[in-house]
Design a protein around this ligand. Structure first.
Ligand code: PRP
Length: 212
């Protein structure tokens, strides 16, 4: 039988994801070796192989069928907007997508002013301001340390992930509006879902049991 390929997000989600697979009896100890440069890890017993990719690339691998399944944050799913099925909320990696800034920026939002919005998530920010709030803003794409933008005067506000809130607090910023709640999700390639229906359904059900 063909191996099922599962794309995992590198970084914060990876260890929780491996814990989850261990819970349903699929171990992959090789992947825990921090010194390894290997990219693909096979568990022959269960006929699955895992690989680690950058978050925004996971939906791409799954859309093209290079991975049958993927585990990725809801933020990335919304931002990438790929043709994939989101089948399960895994319940970890919980955080919020928020509009943040200095408290003084609150009035710009209340009065629908033309402001600059810095973010790593231009599609989510555009959808929120244009479609949900009907506010015309200029979106500026950044690649990290987004909290810097309002501090140094690049933008009035940011759209970014808030988990504990400590990055905001330590930089004198605050949540101004919530865009949506986020967590890790299981995604599936639509063709794999049809072709390997039994195996994929079984895996979804076992993961669902393990997280509930
Ligand atoms: C994320 C996010 C915030 C921070 C929020 O950044 O962009 O900066 O975490 O977490 P907190 O509310 O618990 O402080 P990340 O560490 O992923 O790095 P980045 O700045 O490079 O995006």
């Amino acid at each position: 039988m063909r191996e099922l390929t599962i794309a995992l997000t590198k970084g914060r989600l990876a260890s929780k994801t491996m814990e989850l697979f261990e819970k349903i009896g699929i171990r992959c100890d090789e992947m825990k070796d921090k010194d390894t440069r290997k990219l693909i890890f096979t568990n022959e017993e269960y006929g699955v192989r895992f690989f680690l990719a950058k978050g925004p690339d996971v939906p791409t691998y799954v859309e093209y069928g290079a991975a049958d399944l993927g585990i990725v944050g809801k933020d990335t799913i919304l931002e990438e907007n790929r043709k994939i099925y989101e089948v399960l909320d895994l319940g970890y990696g919980k955080c919020r997508m928020c509009v943040c800034g200095p408290a003084s920026a609150r009035s710009y939002l209340e009065h629908n002013q033309m402001i600059r919005v810095a973010t790593k998530y231009p599609n989510i920010a555009r959808d929120f301001f244009y479609n949900q709030k009907n506010q015309n803003v200029e979106i500026i794409k950044l690649n990290g340390s987004i909290e810097l933008a309002p501090i140094v005067g690049l933008s009035e506000v940011i759209v970014d992930i808030v988990e504990t809130g400590s990055t905001l607090r330590e930089n004198g910023l605050t949540v101004l509006e919530e865009v949506c709640p986020l967590s890790a999700r299981l995604v599936v390639n639509p063709v794999s879902m049809r072709m390997d229906n039994d195996r994929i359904r079984d895996l979804i059900l076992r993961l669902k049991d393990a997280v509930s």
